[in-house]
Design a binder for this molecule. Structure first.
Ligand code: PGA
Length: 255
């Protein structure tokens, strides 16, 4: 089983002005462990990518990503951002977050097209999957996340898949303060891992599977103690430097 370096990503969502984003990045830098022992990725809004990128340039502890990308090459798509525009600004990109799926009708098919566009541009995608409350209650979480994983990655090469991470984010746990139980997160991660293995063989074991949904400094150590969980996608707590850096420290110490 390959050793996977843990990854903690802070999804700032639609928060922070440019000035606030730079201030937040600075506060995170100030509280971050000298050697985090894991990959740390900040996902500010598009409009702050350049400013935050300049601010953290030269700090090898921090990397940058976007929260979304369009599937098409540059062209007539008013208000959208192409993958080719992001490569100058950041390395990572989040694809298929449930807020995108729910608020903007992003289907599995679109998630796949976005993944292809990101990979073609040379970005490192973090693909989010997760079931709804009703699907969870019906005992369908494993089937749902496996299907979303297959739909997103179908047609990718092994090399492409190896550049991706997957974030398991049960919808009912996002922003609710009600994180999934470790056993639920492990079960879903196992379903995702099996789907990846069926497509990519041994390469699947190099792909990091993160958990997201109400991660905070109190529940993070328990999550990272699970060998199946390779990191976290953090929303609310990533806007607070102290808790975010405590989550990073937990990931690094247990990595
Ligand atoms: P949360 O959000 O940590 O605020 O639950 C996680 C996410 O949506 O990525």
């Amino acid at each position: 089983m390959p050793q996977r370096r843990r990854l903690v990503a802070g999804n700032w969502k639609m928060h922070t002005t440019v000035a606030e984003a730079v201030t937040l990045a600075e506060a995170i830098r100030a509280s971050l462990p000298a050697q985090p022992g894991c990959d740390v990725v900040l996902l500010p809004p598009f409009v702050s990518l350049w400013a935050v990128g300049r601010h953290i340039a030269g700090d090898s502890r921090l990397q940058l990503g976007a929260q979304n990308v369009h599937w098409a090459p540059p062209g007539a798509h008013t208000g959208e951002i192409a993958a080719a525009m992001l490569v100058d600004l950041c390395r990572f990109v989040l694809i298929g977050h449930s807020e995108r799926r729910q608020e903007f009708g992003e289907t599995d098919r679109l998630v796949h097209r976005k993944l292809e566009a990101a990979l073609t541009a040379g970005l490192l995608p973090i693909v989010a999957v997760g079931e709804s409350q009703a699907q969870h209650d019906a005992g369908r979480a494993r089937a749902v996340v496996a299907a979303q994983t297959r739909a997103a990655f179908g047609g990718c090469s092994e090399d492409e898949a190896a550049r991706c991470a997957v974030a398991y984010e049960p919808r009912w746990a996002i922003g609710t303060g009600r994180a999934a139980a470790g056993s639920d997160a492990v079960s879903a991660a196992d379903a995702i891992r099996r789907a990846l293995r069926a497509m990519f063989g041994p390469v699947a074991d190099t792909i990091r599977i993160l958990y997201g949904g109400s991660v905070d400094q109190d529940n993070a150590p328990g999550l990272f103690a699970e060998p199946a969980i390779d990191g976290a996608l953090v929303g609310g707590a990533s806007l607070r430097p102290g808790p975010f850096c405590a989550i990073v420290a937990a990931a690094g110490s247990l990595g």
